[in-house]
Design a protein around this ligand. Sequence first.
Ligand code: G
Ligand code: G
Ligand code: MN
Ligand code: NA
Length: 254
Amino acid sequence: LLLENRLWQALEQNEFELYLQAQVDLRSGAIIGAEALLRWHHPQLGMVGPDRFIPIAEESGLILPLGDWVLQRVVELLDRWRGLGLGHLRLAANLSARQCHGTSLLPQLDRLLGQTGIDPALLELEITESAAMQDPERSRELLQQLRARGIKVAIDDFGTGYSSLSYLKLFEPDRIKIDRGFVKDIETDPNDAVIVTATIGLAHALGLEVIAEGVETQAQADFLRSKHCDEGQGYLFARPVTVAQFEALAAASL
Ligand code: G
Ligand code: G
Ligand code: MN
Ligand code: NA
């Protein structure tokens, strides 16, 4: 309860910050974009990670204004990058289940796109497999609406939920994010290696791109590249860092 009360105040007092984690092309090694990850600077507790406050924010409804704030900030950054020579970078934001199934997301996106004139294809929204599966028909409709606006969609934590592979065809996302649970033991667990290889093949057969999460070692990156995985994200390439740090990293890798 304490954390929950404090959360509403946190939004008013600007205690949230977006960290950015680079996403790289596995073939060239180039940074092609980033995922935005929320952090909370609690005045007493210090830095609080999203695993601790997102579930509470989701429960209490704060996730809606907080999610609005994230989207606004992400679009602002895409707009800013055009003036910094970083206008090629894609930026992904995580959507909560409530945001996906509420009514304010599309109007807000239309407003933000209209205000800035950014290329909607540089904005990617990550929807977890489990959020999408809470209401598959509504999710299909939402993804169709996003696609109509040219916004990209990635299915996050792919492989961890109950989704049948046939839903990939129904949702028609642009990309799937292979959950880091499968990447972790990719070299030692033959089952994980088979699952990852088959998932990449299936996604490509359906015309989708694939990014692997939680890439921590060069051997994992080499394996993924050998299986034609398109992109990677993980500590091997970069940790989540501040916006200024990410901009420096991306500028240096041009
Ligand atoms: O940054 P990382 O460690 O610790 O994130 C933990 C979890 O929090 C991840 O599952 C991530 O998807 C989620 N998360 C991070 N930022 C956001 C956000 O802005 N919105 C939502 N809904 N989830 C987020
Ligand atoms: O949205 P999602 O559940 O994918 O959130 C990404 C989470 O994964 C964040 O919490 C981020 O800090 C974490 N993460 C990113 N790269 C790595 C990595 O290489 N290893 C591990 N263990 N976690 C990572
Ligand atoms: Mn994510
Ligand atoms: Na994930």
